[in-house]
Design a protein around this ligand. Structure first.
Ligand code: NCD
Length: 314
């Protein structure tokens, strides 16, 4: 896995482990410029003539839609493939063969796949960059960048943060990537609020603790709610566990309006979406809620930045 080291050009994005601070700064500078431009009516042509395949083997609306929106906002085009059950995969085609085909049509492939490590496998044989749009219980690096961009925008900093990640932390890939990316910053505390049956994987806890992040596992949101700057809620990943485990944890962590109001005034509530019932609707209008507003829209700007940096030589 190639480190980015200042140049995204022609590189795959597989894991947040590829980023250094300066890489993140470059993406955010580019994303912020696009955000300003789009909001003042600029029409971009930076990726005119470029073609992205969005190859999605798992359901998605936001990640799929925002890659398409980002590409089109830059004047590029897209081959949208969603619900791969309708394609040759049902005939038995391997991931590798499918990647070879779409690599020969397009300039990059955004890949979502149910198996951890699928993007890495794809990148090993692909002649064009692969963007990991979620690989099973593995990682979701572009989501981590848009989450971090939102934190920076809303709180004005990426150092000195206390964050609670809540829910099914074992199977949720967004929190895996976000924890690791946060470990690049100073004075970070992460509370993992989860059931013992679905904890943050030990290898990730070790990596980030070695980098100086203070971590603590707790089973109650109430214990930490008034101390945190960011509350990152997640969905229980029903499709990745058996029915029994799902039933036992699905109602454990539900944020409602009264709890949200116990948070610090300048704190924020995030969620990668889709939200099932872990945040009640009365939280949506709380000024701390960032999930339907900033987080979604920032996804498009951050993906515009990544696509531009990967596909355009400078
Ligand atoms: C997340 C994912 O697919 O990992 N969704 C997303 O990309 N915004 C979270 C989830 O499905 O729970």
């Amino acid at each position: 896995m190639k480190k980015i080291q200042g140049s995204f050009y022609n590189k795959s994005i597989i894991s947040v482990d590829q980023f250094e601070l300066s890489d993140i700064e470059l993406v955010f500078k580019t994303a912020a410029a696009y955000k300003k431009g789009i909001e003042t009516g600029t029409v971009y042509r930076d990726l005119e003539g470029k073609l992205l395949t969005a190859l999605f083997y798992e359901p998605s609306s936001r990640t799929f839609g925002s890659h398409i929106a980002a590409m089109q906002r830059l004047g590029g085009k897209i081959i949208p493939i969603q619900g791969v059950t309708f394609s040759s995969v049902v005939k038995g085609e391997t991931l590798e063969d499918t990647i070879r085909v779409f690599a020969s049509y397009s300039d990059a492939i955004a890949l979502r796949h149910p198996e951890e490590g699928a993007s890495r496998r794809a990148a090993e044989i692909s002649s064009v960059p692969i963007i990991n749009a979620g690989d099973g219980v593995g990682e979701h690096p572009t989501q981590a960048l848009l989450d971090l961009f939102t934190i920076r925008e809303r709180l004005g900093r990426m150092d000195n943060l206390t964050i609670a990640m809540v829910g099914d932390l074992k199977y949720g890939r967004t929190v895996h990537s976000l924890s690791k990316v946060l470990s690049l910053f100073k004075n970070i505390t992460i509370y993992f609020v989860c059931p013992d049956s679905s904890p943050m994987p030990k290898d990730i806890v070790k990596i980030i603790a070695d980098r100086g992040v203070k971590t603590e596992q707790t089973s109650s949101i109430q214990d930490v709610i008034s101390q945190i700057d960011v509350l990152y809620m997640t969905r229980v990943q029903k499709e990745r566990m058996d029915e029994k485990l799902y039933e036992s944890i699905k109602d454990l962590y539900i944020l409602d309006g009264a709890m949200a109001n116990r948070m610090k005034k300048d704190s924020i509530i995030m969620h990668p979406l889709p939200r099932i019932h872990e945040i009640t609707k009365d939280v949506d209008d709380n000024p701390r809620a960032a999930y339907f507003t900033d987080q979604i829209r920032n996804g498009m700007f951050v993906r515009m930045a990544l696509l531009k940096l990967i596909l355009a030589p400078n």
